[in-house]
Design a protein around this ligand. Structure first.
Ligand SMILES: Nc1nc2c(c(=O)[nH]1)N[C@@H](CN(C=O)c1ccc(C(=O)N[C@@H](CCC(=O)O)C(=O)O)cc1)CN2
Length: 293
């Protein structure tokens, strides 16, 4: 068996096409959504991700406003930049790119974001609404990677109600909110949230209908861990330097060979990453639509 490819690039392109039409409808009413990004420091991966976010905005017709601060910026300067984004009327939603430089308090920065402009769904109020299960008109933005994973599974016809999902990794942007989202009414999966202290991870994964690996440990999940037919999503990414060539390459958490056992597999790159970015644009467009109502 070879797994069906969960093609994040193609799915994200389709979503962005749908968003473009919604942005045009807003423009006809004189409304222009604008995404702000705040990036601190010179981490090359963060720079690449932020550049991708601005590229997506251009494709869809969303304005984007970029604020970059040097790695030696003080916490006070970062907080001032956040306050300026809160006050800027051209910025209808924005994100603080994570991680912040070492020693900087990410939680304090996230708490300063105006919850109505929180395009990442990571402000405590919006995470609280996810815990409360607030949906409908009062719906708040969902964290982008978890939302992208659920949307990719939905668009590929992977059934979730009653299924057992094992999420490996309990980080703020993926594992922890994904566990909450997957158990939400209407999605209805049963979730095991595994992490570095989980005993016998292999056995946990063996029981899973859906496996999401978001730890950043190259090739952690092996083919013999996978229940035949399971849906497997590879989120973690690590830069690995080949000792022979000295060249760096990106490696995901899922080992080669898993595609022979799984029913569905997201490539990495080209899987969850582009979906994360598409969901960010969706959050900005939805916030503008909500405000217009
Ligand atoms: N404020 C946030 N910070 C971070 C988040 C987040 O959701 N909000 N998530 C990650 C990084 N991330 C988004 O910012 C992200 C990661 C990967 C991709 C992506 O498109 N990856 C491509 C490969 C890109 C490359 O080769 O450089 C892929 O998977 O195909 C987008 C966004 C941590 N920080």
């Amino acid at each position: 068996m070879t797994a069906v490819r969960l093609d994040g690039t193609a799915t994200a392109t389709a979503i962005k096409g749908e968003l473009k039409a919604r942005v045009e409808a807003l423009a006809a009413r004189g409304i222009r959504p604008g995404l702000g990004t705040l990036l601190v420091g010179d981490d090359p991966a963060s720079h690449a991700y932020v550049a991708g976010k601005h590229r997506d905005c251009r494709e869809v017709g969303v304005e984007s406003i970029r604020v970059d601060l040097p790695g030696d910026a003080t916490e006070e300067q970062v907080h001032e930049a956040i306050e300026r984004l809160n006050a800027d009327p051209a910025v209808t939603g924005y994100i603080v790119q994570l991680p912040l430089p070492e020693g900087m308090d990410a939680n304090a920065a996230l708490e300063l974001i105006d919850p109505a402009k929180d395009a990442d769904g990571l402000h405590p109020m919006n995470l609280g609404r996810l815990v409360l299960g607030v949906q409908g008109e009062l719906n708040s933005p969902l964290p982008c990677t978890p939302n992208g994973i659920v949307e990719m599974l939905r668009r590929h016809g992977v059934d979730l109600p009653g299924k057992h999902a094992v999420v490996i990794g309990r980080g703020l942007t993926v594992g922890r909110p994904l566990g909450l989202l997957l158990t939400r009414k209407g999605i209805d999966a049963t979730v095991t949230l595994a992490h570095s202290r989980t005993l016998d991870l292999r056995e946990e994964v063996r029981r899973a209908d859906v496996v999401v690996a978001a730890v950043g440990m190259p090739h952690l999940v092996q083919p013999d861990w996978i229940k035949p037919g399971a849906a497997v999503l590879d989120v973690g990414v690590t830069r690995v330097v080949d000792p022979e060539t000295g060249k760096a390459k990106l490696s995901g958490d899922i080992a080669p060979g898993v595609e022979e056992v799984a029913g569905f597999l997201s490539p990495n790159p080209g899987g969850v990453g582009p979906m994360t970015r598409a969901m960010l644009v969706a959050n900005v467009v939805e916030a503008a639509e909500r405000a217009a109502r």
